[in-house]
Structure formats: C-alpha cells, structure tokens
Design a protein around this ligand. Structure first.
Ligand SMILES: [Zn+2]
Length: 144
C-alpha cells in the first residue's frame, strides 16, 4: 500500500513536495489516490491525504465515512491530515517516512491515538521509510 502511495507521489507537480496518498477499502481495493498539490492548486489544505480522502469519500458510497478503509501515505501526516483521517473514521493508517518537524502521528504529537478521541485508527509507521524519504531528499536537493 505504501508502494502505491510512492507511485501517487510521483504525480506531484514540479514545485510540489512529492508526498502521495492512497485510500483502500476494507477489501484492499483502491478507492482514490492523490499527490500533494499545494503549489499546483494554490491551496494550503491540498495535502495528498486530504485530496485522497475527499476523492475516496466521493466514490465509497457511505457519505463522508471511510470506516474500514486504509490510508497509505509516504510521509507521517501533519496535524491537519491526522485530524481529517480521524474525522473520516479511517480504520487504518500506514505511512512511510517519519516527519520530525511536523509529524502528528508520533513525532511531535500523536493526534490519531489520543485517548480523548472516540475514534482511533490502527497505525503502522516507517514502512519503506528509506524509499519514501529518498523521494523527498531528491526533491529538496534539486530545489536548492
Ligand atoms: Zn498534511
């Protein structure tokens, strides 16, 4: 699933940080994918996870709910995306590289496992972390 997210990340525009996200239903079928498009859309909320969750909800057929779904993303989600995936009732989150500067799934905060929330997805981080981090390293190297 993280491999699919890496594929999604490669679709990011030239100016956008290559982060990719894919949502799968409970049977493992892909519902939607997206790349970070903050620069391309001029939208501060156009992170890969948000775009993928919106598209997945549109095709899933249970309104805004994505219960039983898995969100795979190449980078540890930020507070906005962690909040969004909890609100979407995503059942499972799998991500690649850790993000020590903004990560909200264990690095700086742990939004998705906050016991005060009534929905907490299962989490697995660090999957294919080196490959996911390499995408980012390459992007930032060419930006300088
Ligand atoms: Zn985010």
């Amino acid at each position: 699933m993280v491999r699919a997210a890496i594929g999604a990340a490669t679709a990011a525009g030239a100016r956008d940080v290559p982060v990719g996200a894919v949502v799968f239903d409970s049977t493992g079928k892909e519902l939607a994918r997206a790349a970070n498009a903050r620069e391309a859309l001029g939208d501060p909320t156009a992170h890969a996870e948000i775009l993928a969750l919106r598209r997945a909800a549109a095709v899933h057929g249970d309104g805004w709910r994505l219960e039983g779904a898995t969100l795979a993303v190449t980078l540890e989600p930020c507070t906005m995306c962690a909040g969004a995936l909890v609100l979407a009732r995503v059942g499972r989150l799998v991500f690649g590289a850790w993000e020590p500067k903004t990560g909200a799934v264990g690095s700086l905060w742990d939004v998705v496992r906050d016991r005060r929330l009534n929905h907490r997805p299962q989490v697995r981080g660090g999957v294919l972390a080196d490959e996911c981090a390499a995408l980012l390293d390459e992007f930032f190297r060419t930006q300088r």
